[in-house]
Design a protein around this ligand. Structure first.
Ligand code: ADP
Ligand code: MG
Length: 635
């Protein structure tokens, strides 16, 4: 060991005896951040920078043998690297642990130097330790990731997939290397690849979290299953992206069952809309009734209309209120039976509703209990069809059949008596002009002749009434009205009704004579009904134009006015409805309804005005018939 004091050494303060060039070199070397030592061809230190002395923890190295002073340098890779640099004159570079007293990790760079080698080195212990720690923790995470039932994957900052955990690799039946480049994309369903790639590229470029649902091929059976993939960037302290960490989970079964559920819901919704439409539009009254309190839980518009109200006003109200038990006998008992589980079909309900007192109506109703899941009864459903008019029509049909039979009988009778009548007429004529007839008897014969002419007139009228018209005929108002008044002459006289008829026109109009006569017959019969205690029947006919229409057609207007009791506004509003009558069993309620139909077929009009006023009560019907060139439609 050479301890000569003249050695250059960084420990001796830069002395004045130092050469200027050496000083300069020293300053340059000291300014380099690495620690530096120089060794001559005999492996002796010739220089050590301040930093080197600190690192080596020895102020007196210069002049000493590098291997003697620091035996750790005999270890690899120090030894062979130094020797290589010395012998082959090439640089070597390595990182290595220097044990023993130093216990340091060095990064070493040895370069050849004209008198030996120059060694640059720095302490990297801390970095090495944290790297080791990182490796250990990465390893722990790797184990965790492999144990994790979730699929876990990683990508680098550039978007290359660098890792997938065991579970994920096993599902895809690939190795990590298969993921490299664009390999990972091949595992997705061909239809999904573009979408997946676009989303991943976007995340890698912008740093936003990656999240997508796509199908991945299952190696087990080759089928594509839906997966949910999610990834977030891992950033360093400055915010730069270091890598991407992702998870993925198989959502196939959940997604498929959600889809099935959605489809089922859509189907159920469609069915609900269909049923709702039927419920709203069916011409059947439908209601749900509470089985305990008999209140309305629900009903459709048709039911509400049938009950004479609107849905909102009926909901929640009790059946008793709307259909009073005294007016609809038996209904409540029936409901109780249905509430006990009985089904009832085609049940005839007859009576009055609170909303329309005095009006007898009829319904055909089905009742069924509706059950809860636990088997208890939740509601009573009712489906009702109103058959009031049907029942009335049946009665009217029977009645009209009877009348028709009577009519046919009457016409055959009148036909049969026509011949004897003619004979009697002729005989009476002979009798009246017999010169031997005593004066006193002549008056009786005249009276007999006049009564007989009335009888034969009635007989011919009856015949005419009954004969069905096949073609429209031209008639005057006088022809039309006269015959009807004639027919009612007896009833009019008996009721003390004075008839005043005025015909201001003899225009012929083309019509079905019998039909129009039936209209006049109905109007006059109603007038007589309204004047039980006598009155006046005013009949007028005049040429006219249709009112209330610009350029109204010309025609005739027949008015029939009575001084009867008149009608209330409520009655007036309904007179043309079929079966509407205020006459109970004496009326059919069909007269005006039929009349209106006949008048409409003739393109005419039928109007009514009425008053119950004490001083001026009575009713006025106006019948307008247009003069037509073409015949009206036959009935
Ligand atoms: P009906 O005579 O069988 O009752 P209609 O259709 O002929 O049937 O008449 C319907 C209702 O119109 C009658 O029940 C009556 O209330 C009312 N009505 C018709 N004409 C008159 C009238 N001239 N005066 C008072 N009420 C009338
Ligand atoms: Mg009538």
């Amino acid at each position: 060991m050479n301890d000569s004091p003249q050695n250059e050494s960084s420990v001796s303060p830069p002395g004045t005896h130092e050469l200027a060039a050496d000083r300069e070199r020293r300053q340059i070397l000291e300014s380099i951040p690495d620690a530096i030592v120089m060794v001559d061809l005999d492996w002796k230190f010739t220089f050590a920078s301040q930093r080197a002395l600190q690192l080596l923890n020895d102020p007196n190295v210069v002049g000493h043998d590098i291997f003697e002073l620091f035996p750790g340098n005999l270890e690899e890779p120090f030894y062979s690297c130094y020797r290589k640099t010395m012998a082959e004159r090439v640089s070597t570079e390595f990182e290595a642990y220097y044990g023993g007293t130093l216990d340091v990790w060095f990064k070493v760079h040895a370069r050849p130097h004209e008198d030996g080698i120059i060694i640059f080195f720095r302490d990297i212990t801390e970095r090495k330790r944290s790297e080791a720690e990182l490796r250990a923790s990465e390893e722990r995470y790797r184990v965790l990731a492999d144990l994790n039932p979730l699929a876990i994957w990683m990508g680098d900052a550039a978007g290359q997939i660098t890792y997938a955990n065991q579970g994920f690799l096993a599902y895809l039946d690939i190795v990590v290397e298969d993921l490299h480049g664009m390999g990972w994309l091949d595992n997705f369903a061909p239809d999904d690849q573009d979408r997946v790639f676009a989303a991943w590229t976007r995340s890698v470029n912008t740093g936003v979290d990656y999240e997508i649902e796509a199908r991945l091929r299952s190696a087990a059976n080759g089928e594509f299953r839906w997966w949910h993939l999610k990834a977030a960037p891992v950033r360093d302290a400055s915010g730069a992206i270091l890598s991407w960490l992702g998870v993925a989970s198989d959502i196939h079964d959940a997604k498929i069952s959600a889809e099935i559920l959605r489809e089922q819901q859509a189907k159920a919704e469609r069915r609900r809309v269909e049923l709702e439409t039927i419920y709203r539009t069916t011409p059947v009254g439908l209601a749900l009734i509470d089985p305990v309190h008999f209140t309305f839980l629900n009903l459709n518009d048709h039911e509400a209309k049938m009950l004479g109200s609107v849905k909102e006003d009926i909901l929640g109200r009790s059946l008793n209120e709307i259909a009073p038990p005294d007016k609809l006998p038996g209904l409540l008992e029936l409901m109780r039976e249905v509430a006990g589980g009985r089904h009832v079909r085609d049940h005839l309900v007859e009576g009055e509703l609170a909303a329309r007192p005095g009006e007898r109506r009829a319904w055909n109703v089905n009742y069924s209990p509706i059950y809860n899941e636990d088997g208890s009864i939740r509601a009573i459903s009712t489906a009702s069809i109103e058959i009031t008019n049907q029942k009335k029509a049946e009665a009217a049909l029977i009645q009209s059949e009877k009348l028709a039979a009577v009519g046919r009988l009457a016409s055959s009778i009148s036909h049969e008596i026509n011949n004897p009548l003619e004979a009697i007429t002729n005989l009476l004529y002979l009798l009246a002009y017999d010169p031997q007839l005593p004066e006193a008897l002549k008056l009786y014969v005249h009276m007999a002749q006049s009564e007989l002419s009335r009888v034969s007139q009635i007989a011919t009228q009856t015949l005419r009434f009954h004969r069905q018209a096949v073609a429209a005929t031209l008639v005057t108002p006088r022809d039309l009205v006269g015959a009807v008044v004639q027919l009612y002459a007896g009833r009019l006289a008996n009721s003390g009704i004075r008839v005043e008829a005025q015909y201001r026109t003899d225009t012929h109009i083309l019509c079905f004579e019998n039909d129009i006569r039936q209209v006049l017959n109905n109007l006059i019969a109603n007038a007589i009904d309204a004047m039980r205690t006598g009155g006046r029947l005013l009949i007028r006919a005049h040429a006219s134009r249709e009112h209330c229409v610009p350029d109204g057609r010309s025609g005739i207007r027949i008015t029939i006015a009575d001084t009867g009791h008149g009608m209330s506004p409520a009655t007036l509003a309904r007179v043309f409805e079929p079966f509407f009558t205020t006459k109970d069993l004496q009326g059919t309620g069909l007269g005006l309804w039929i009349s209106k139909g006949i008048v409409e077929r003739h393109q005419g009009r039928l109007h009514v005005r009425s008053s119950e006023d004490e001083s001026s009560h009575g009713t006025l019907f106006t019948l307008f018939l247009p003069c037509q060139e073409t015949a009206p439609a036959a009935s």
